[in-house]
Design a protein around this ligand. Structure first.
Ligand code: ATP
Length: 632
């Protein structure tokens, strides 16, 4: 359960945020937020960044925070590469100076020295790996922290435009890409360049002609590698695509399991799955076998290079142009020299996909958040309000050219219960979205206690509002923590009192661990009605002046509904309440029923008054009675 230090009054867990000045509605499409998923499972090389330099600068600013690790990585890489270059040179010298002339003492001394060089290399390699991991993990931790913080501060309309998968992918897969690359690339880039340049220099020092012969083998290796990678990349991207199909099929089958069973479609599903599964198998074999043969192929190439160097070196040595020690050194350098070429080529692809991943993270971070003020005085500030709510000729549309509410006006006196009814899509929830300032109105004014809600900070406003939604939301965590989400400083006694008030205490006490029972992430170990009672308890604890109950009882059975209604009735006492209910029986006692249709209030009055009017509401009531009689 997220431990928010903010005593939000939004009972259903909407993070409270504040706004000192009304922020202009952000147009996220104009802000360059691109559609599409990040490379979910690799597929490096496919993704290209738009602004590599800018993204690198931002990654750099994150890396700069890890100065110590960065310096350690660079230093240890330089030392490791230096030692690795020294080794072959020493071996050559050992052969020429001690092995060939049979100087036993010098031979042993040099052997020990060489051992020392390689051991030191191992120690610095470990330091290098450790600091590279710290560098990358600390950096992506900071990036994850920033993107999560930013998600919480982005206004609600932003989330309308993006799928959950997309947003999660940015906080997980894209960042994982950055982490993988940082881990390897920083080290390999530095060591690759050092080893390449270092080996060439060392080889030239030993023999110019032999260096030329060794370098000539490079295009051959590069050509073969390129051909193989071309095919592997093709098959790997196909594998990704088929894997994606398998994933979505499995996900769909599990989510829709009941539907599959009810319609007896198990056999068809299995048949469909067999096809997709088979395609994945076939292409995976090609991809894996090709990529698996890459290593042995490279080995063969390396061996061929060895043969060329040994034969040419032998000829040169025969004519006294070079010594045997130089041949030995060259054999070693030839491997050290070809490795970084392949590594750097691979790193380039990986690097591209990391930059693209980072760019997708930064795109989110660049979006304008809701104005937010988390200073202590805001958090603890609670302006007592009476709860008078006025909508004054409010016009609003989710899209500017499609008005959803048209010149809508309504008034709720403090403590009144206002019911909103009307056909689906009429605009009832929209009224609530505007009162909570999840969305900003187009024209008109909404006032609470005579004050324009634009003058409240969003945080201040939402602290006054409690929300109980139909889709009761519970977090993973204990029942106690879930209720306490309504007011974080509540004592255990206050939590339990709230639960009693919400009719939830009895069922909670019957659970094996009572208030300390752990809830799974979506509360699947509770019934819908029980979850509803928990969110009511949460709202009781928050003690808001204004309460919003959105179709809160429409998905539970009649007995639970009575239970919930009772809890709600006691919750509504003394608060201005807006109730959206499809079951008209729940709102009979409302002080005023507003009938919304097509974004306008077409009728208004008490239950009796509206029945007498014999208009739209009366029609709805009669329809529902008729339906109940039919089913009853
Ligand atoms: N986030 C959104 N983006 C764009 N259009 C939306 C959004 N939410 C709602 N709408 C549209 O606004 C209109 C009013 O929706 P609203 O949710 O207010 O209706 P409602 O009366 O609460 O319906 P229901 O009883 O089915 O919940 C509908 O036409 C709907 O399609």
């Amino acid at each position: 359960m997220p431990r928010n230090s903010n005593p939000s009054r939004s009972a259903n867990g909407s993070p409270a945020s504040g706004n000192q000045a009304p922020a202009p509605a952000a147009n996220f499409d104009q802000m360059g937020f691109r559609q599409g998923h990040g490379p979910l499972l690799g597929g490096p090389g496919k993704v290209r960044s738009k602004n590599t330099a800018g993204t690198l600068r931002r990654i750099g600013s994150y890396l700069a925070l890890q100065r110590q690790s960065l310096i350690t990585v660079v230093l240890s890489t330089v030392i490791t590469s230096g030692l690795a270059l020294l080794g072959p040179y020493m071996i050559g010298k050992m052969v020429d100076n001690y092995v060939v002339p049979r100087h036993y003492d010098g031979f042993m001394r040099m052997g020990m020295l060489l051992l020392g060089v390689y051991l030191l290399g191992a120690i610095f390699t470990w330091i290098q790996q450790y600091s590279a991991s710290s560098l990358s993990q600390n950096t992506v931790r900071d990036m994850r922290r920033d993107i999560m913080k930013h998600y919480q501060r982005l206004p609600v309309p932003f989330f309308d435009q993006k799928t959950h998968g997309e947003l999660m992918s940015r906080a997980t897969n894209d960042i994982a890409n950055v982490s993988n690359t940082l881990n390897q690339t920083v080290v390999q880039l530095i060591s690759g360049v050092l080893m390449l340049v270092g080996s060439i220099v060392m080889m030239f020092v030993l023999s110019g002609w032999m260096t030329l012969i060794t370098i000539l083998t490079v295009p051959l290796i590069a050509f073969i590698t390129k051909r193989i990678t071309k095919y592997t990349r093709h098959y790997f991207s196909q594998q990704q695509r088929h894997l994606g199909e398998v994933n979505s099929f499995v996900q769909e089958m599990i989510s829709g399991l009941k539907v599959v069973k009810v319609f007896g479609r198990e056999a068809t599903s299995t048949e469909q799955f067999r096809d997709i599964n088979e395609k994945l198998r076939a292409v995976s074999i090609k991809a894996q076998s090709l990529s698996g043969s890459m290593g042995p192929m490279m080995n063969t190439m390396r061996n061929i290079t060895f043969v060329i160097i040994a034969v040419c070196g032998g000829l040169f040595a025969y004519h006294d142009l070079i010594t045997i020690g130089v041949i030995v050194s060259f054999l070693n350098y030839s491997t050290q020299f070809s490795q970084p070429i392949n590594q750097l080529a691979n790193q380039y692809n990986l690097f591209q996909s990391a930059v693209a991943g980072a760019e997708r993270v930064f795109e989110v971070l660049e979006l304008e958040p809701e104005m937010y003020d988390d200073r202590e005085e805001w958090l603890n500030r609670s302006l007592p309000i009476r709860g008078e709510v006025v909508f004054d000729r409010v016009t609003f549309g989710y899209k500017p050219d499609v008005p959803v509410l048209k010149q809508l006006s309504l008034e709720a006196s403090p403590g009144q219960m206002i019911a909103l009814v009307g056909p689906t899509g009429a605009g009832k929830t929209t009224v609530i979205n505007l009162l909570t300032r999840f969305y900003e109105i187009g024209s008109g004014q909404i006032r609470i206690d005579g004050r324009d809600i634009q003058q409240f900070s969003k945080q201040e406003l939402r602290q006054q509002i409690g929300l109980v939604l139909q889709d009761a939301y519970v977090f993973s965590g204990t029942i106690r923590e879930n209720i306490r989400y309504g007011r974080l400083d509540a004592t255990d006694q206050e939590v339990e009192a709230a639960a009693r008030h919400a009719n939830a205490d009895t069922f909670i006490r019957r659970l094996p661990k009572g208030y300390d029972t752990d809830l799974s992430a979506d509360g699947s170990n509770l019934s819908q009605g029980q979850k509803q009672l928990l969110t009511i308890a949460r709202a009781v604890l928050a003690n808001p002046a204004i309460l919003i109950l959105d179709e809160a009882t429409s998905s539970v059975d009649t007995r639970t509904e009575l239970h919930i209604q009772e809890a709600m009735k006691s919750l509504m006492k003394g608060r201005t309440s807006f109730v959206i209910a499809h079951r008209l029986s729940t709102i009979r006692e409302a002080d005023s029923i507003l009938v919304v249709n097509g974004g306008e209030i077409i009728e208004q009055g008490s239950h009796e008054e509206l029945l007498q009017l014999n208009g739209f509401y009366a029609g709805l009531v009669h329809n529902q009675w008729a339906a109940q009689e039919q089913t009853g």
